[in-house]
Write a protein that binds this ligand. Structure first.
Ligand SMILES: *Cc1c(COP(=O)(O)O)cnc(C)c1O
Length: 390
C-alpha cells in the first residue's frame, strides 16, 4: 500500500470512530422491493413511514406504463445537457403543463431539487447581494446561498419580525428571501402571506422551495401558496420537486418567462448537467394529470394525518405542530432515536431516525411521513407500536 493511501485510511477510520461514538454513523437500508406504503428489507415486509411518496404515485401502474412507453419511443437517456441536444418534446410539454397548472408564465425542469436550488440562488445573487433564509431551510438552499457568494443572513424559524430585522441589515444589491414552503424535518408551513408582505415592503425577491407542498397541499395540489390563499404572483420564484408527491425524480422552477430565460442562460447546474431522462418527463405528465384529477388521494392523505394526530394525542405522544404528512416526534438524543427506530423496525414499521446535522443538536427525532397509500389499520398499528416503544 502506498503512504498516501495509508494516510487516507487512517483519516477515514478516525472520522468513522468519531461518528460511531456520537451515534451519528449512517447506514443505508437495502430495500429489495417496494409497493405503495410498503417496503421489503432483509426478507421482511415493513410498512414504510419514512418515504416522501405522499400520494402513492411512485409505484402507480399508470406512471410505470407512461415511463415504459416513452422509453420505447425516445430511449432511456436524454443524451446531453438541455442546451446541447438533451431537450426533448416531452420536457417542453411537462414544462408548459406545470406552468399552466401553477399559473405562471413558464417553468423549467431540473434533474433534481438540489440542482434547482443551487441554480436559482447562484444565478440571481452574487457578491454584494444578500440572501435571507429561514433558519430551518433545507441543506440544498444553504448550499445554494453559500455557492452564490452573496451574504447569507438567517432569521429565526417562521419569525416575521426576525425576517424584518434581517431585511433592515440587507441594504444594497439584490435581496432574496428564501424559505421552504413546508419544512422538511418539522412539517410546518411557512407564513407565506406575511413573508410576501415583508418582501414587498423591502423590495426583496421571494423564493419558495415547496418540495413537500407540491401535489399535497391546496385543493388543486398546487402547494403551500394555494393552501394559504396566497396568489402565485406574489412568489416570483417557485421551486418544486418531482421526487416527492409526484413519485418520480426531478424538479422545476416556475415563474416569469424572463426568469426562466435567465436560468437557461446562467444556471451552471442547468448548463453543465445531463437533462432529465425523457421517460421521467412522460411519467411527470401522467403524475400531474393524476394530481389534478384525483382529489380523493389528497383527501385520503388528510384523513390519515388527522387519524395519526388524534391517535398520538390520545396516547400522550408529543408531536410537533403540523398539518402536513410530515409528523415529527422529537426524542432528543441521537442514540435514543436510533434505538426507538430499531424497535419499531422489529415490529414491522420503517421509521428512520433523523439525527444532527440534518436537525439541530439535541433534537434527534422520528420523522414519520404519511401517505394516501397507507390504510387506517397500518396507521393504528404504528400508533400502538409507538406507544409500546417509547
Ligand atoms: C427533498 C428536498 C429538496 C431536494 O430535492 P431533490 O429533488 O430530492 O433533490 C429540496 N428542498 C427541500 C425542502 C426538500 O425537502
Amino acid at each position: 500500500m502506498n503512504p498516501a493511501s495509508d494516510r487516507l485510511s487512517q483519516w477515514l477510520a478516525e472520522a468513522q470512530a468519531k461518528r460511531s461514538a456520537a451515534s451519528l454513523q449512517r447506514n443505508r437500508i437495502e430495500l429489495s422491493q417496494r409497493s405503495a406504503g410498503k417496503a421489503r428489507a432483509g426478507g421482511r415486509d415493513l410498512v414504510n413511514f419514512s418515504g416522501n411518496d405522499y400520494l402513492g404515485l411512485a409505484t402507480e401502474p399508470a406512471l410505470v406504463e407512461a415511463l415504459a412507453e416513452a422509453a420505447r419511443e425516445h430511449g432511456v437517456g436524454s443524451g446531453a445537457s438541455a442546451l446541447v441536444s438533451g431537450y426533448n418534446s416531452l420536457h417542453a410539454r411537462l414544462e408548459q403543463s406545470l406552468a399552466d397548472h401553477l399559473g405562471t408564465e413558464a417553468a423549467l425542469l431540473f434533474p433534481s431539487g438540489y440542482h434547482a436550488n443551487l441554480a436559482v440562488q447562484t444565478s440571481l445573487a452574487s457578491k454584494g447581494d444578500f440572501i435571507v433564509q429561514d433558519r430551518l431551510c433545507h441543506a440544498s438552499l444553504i448550499d445554494g446561498a453559500r455557492l452564490s457568494g452573496a451574504r447569507l443572513l438567517r432569521y429565526p424559524h417562521c419569525d416575521i419580525k426576525g425576517l424584518e430585522r434581517q431585511l433592515e441589515l440587507a441594504d444594497g444589491g439584490q435581496v432574496l428571501v428564501v424559505s421552504d414552503g413546508v419544512f422538511s424535518m418539522d412539517g410546518d408551513i411557512a407564513p407565506l402571506a406575511g413573508i410576501a408582505d415583508c418582501c414587498t415592503h423591502h423590495n426583496a425577491c421571494l423564493v419558495v422551495d415547496d418540495a413537500h407542498g407540491t401535489g399535497v397541499l391546496g385543493h388543486g395540489g398546487r402547494g403551500s401558496f394555494e393552501h394559504l390563499g396566497v396568489p402565485v404572483a406574489r412568489i416570483p420564484v417557485l421551486i418544486g420537486t418531482l421526487g416527492k408527491a409526484f413519485g418520480i425524480s426531478g424538479a422545476y422552477v416556475a415563474g416569469s418567462a424572463a426568469l426562466i430565460d435567465h436560468l437557461v442562460n446562467h444556471a451552471r447546474t442547468y448548463l453543465y448537467t445531463t437533462a432529465m431522462p425523457p421517460p421521467l418527463a412522460a411519467a411527470g405528465l401522467k403524475a400531474l394529470e393524476i394530481i389534478q384529477k384525483e382529489v380523493a388521494r389528497r383527501d385520503a392523505l388528510q384523513r390519515r394525518i388527522g387519524q395519526f394526530r388524534k391517535g398520538a394525542a390520545a396516547r400522550g405522544l408529543k408531536l410537533l405542530e403540523s398539518e402536513t404528512p410530515i409528523q415529527a416526534l422529537v426524542i432528543g438524543q441521537a442514540s435514543a432515536a436510533l434505538e426507538t427506530s430499531q424497535r419499531l423496525r422489529e415490529q414491522g414499521f420503517l421509521v428512520v431516525a433523523i439525527r444532527p446535522p440534518t436537525v439541530p443538536d439535541g433534537t434527534a427525532r422520528l420523522r414519520i411521513t404519511l401517505s394516501a397509500a397507507h390504510t387506517g389499520l397500518q396507521v393504528e398499528g404504528l400508533l400502538g407500536a409507538l406507544e409500546q416503544c417509547l
